[in-house]
Ligand binder design. Structure first.
Ligand code: DQA
Length: 147
């Protein structure tokens, strides 16, 4: 398989399009994944996408990405697990996989419990509040610095 970027989306992001559209917009997860595929292709990279509502599946995906020399890095929107998951933090630390943290909304402009991120301390870059375009920026960064 060609060099690739792994795009991981966490809980409830399968509901994009109908989920609180005033916050997350009307684009679907399929739209986000299509944007990622297109953006990566522009850099000559492939993309593997996974959405999961289960923390352990996201941990496993990070471990797999970290063990695969063909993976340039991970674009991670851990959704609510951003604010709770020591397991995701540990998986990133344990594997040393490059991660760009992405949020559609800007969590810092929202409820206080969203102001803490367990991912940010180990993320190379954080993109928040740019909507789906943020995934593209994350891919541009990974491609520019390691693609
Ligand atoms: C989110 C922000 C999180 O606080 C929230 O739990 C999500 C989505 C975002 O993309 O803006 O599910 O990660």
């Amino acid at each position: 398989m060609a060099r690739r970027i792994v795009v991981l989306n966490g809980p409830n992001l399968n509901l994009l399009g109908t989920r609180e559209p005033h916050i997350y917009g009307t684009g679907t997860l399929a739209d986000v994944e299509a944007l990622c595929t297109e953006r990566a292709a522009a850099h000559g990279l492939e993309v593997s996408c996974l959405q999961s509502n289960h923390e352990g599946e996201l941990v496993a995906a990070l471990q797999e990405a970290g063990a695969d020399p063909e993976v340039v890095g991970v674009v991670l929107n851990a959704a609510a697990y951003t604010h709770t998951s020591v397991a995701l933090l540990d998986a990133i630390k344990a594997t040393g996989v490059r991660v760009v943290e992405v949020h559609l909304s800007n969590p810092h402009a929202r409820e206080p419990f969203r102001h803490t991120s367990f991912i940010s301390p180990v993320a190379e870059m954080v993109v928040a509040g740019a909507g789906p375009r943020g995934y593209g920026y994350a891919i541009d960064h990974l491609a520019a610095t390691g693609g």
